[in-house]
Design a protein around this ligand. Structure first.
Ligand code: HEM
Length: 158
């Protein structure tokens, strides 16, 4: 049992004992923001990206598992997948939107994940610049091309 009464949380080993005669040093309060305080120069991009990875991940579980179930297991498995099968599904706006959402979310999720990997592992600023340039170019190209295909797909092509 401690007999020390100077601290509510008990004695601090070796530390200073503060009391009325020996007050703790005064720590200045943080400055308050005023109208003249400059605006923060950093935005919330990384927080939004962190949240996006979680939210898109949850949606992707449904989209990707549903996609795999239909393509690989139902109605005779993968052997049914061909031009006619794709044409049949893309005749419906429901599956067009499904595939469009899957394309956009998987590409943005994957690209943002790789952005994190590049930031973590590429040590030289120049290497990061080139790898991310390549990543963003490939991402934009794939998203645009995929979107174009979903909306301009012609089942009667010869
Ligand atoms: C199927 C459902 C999916 C779920 C639930 C999911 C979930 C997640 C989560 C929560 C993270 C963040 C991890 C962290 O910050 O430490 C992550 C990272 C990542 N995801 Fe996904 N994801 C899914 C699908 C995908 C797909 C389809 C791709 C590729 C197109 C992908 C590629 C990546 C990459 C490259 C990372 C970064 C890995 C890292 O930081 O080490 N994910 N995923």
């Amino acid at each position: 049992m401690s007999t020390d009464t100077t601290s509510a949380i008990g004695p601090v080993e070796g530390g200073p004992r503060y009391d009325v005669d020996n007050p703790a040093p005064y720590i200045e309060a943080p400055r308050k923001r005023t109208g003249r305080t400059p605006r923060a120069t950093r935005g919330n991009f990384e927080m939004a990206a962190w949240l996006f990875m979680r939210l898109s991940g949850v949606v992707l579980v449904v989209l990707v598992l549903g996609h795999l179930l239909i393509q690989l297991f139902l109605d005779g498995g993968v052997s049914k997948v061909g031009f006619a099968f794709v044409a049949g599904r893309w005749a419906s706006p429901f599956w067009q939107v499904w595939d469009l959402l899957m394309l956009w979310l998987a590409m943005l999720h994957g690209a943002n994940g790789l952005r994190t990997v590049i930031n973590d592992y590429a040590e030289r600023a120049n290497t990061r610049l080139w790898l991310k340039g390549l990543l963003y170019t490939a991402t934009v190209f794939t998203i645009l091309l995929g979107t174009l295909v979903i909306f301009t797909f012609d089942p009667n092509i010869r």
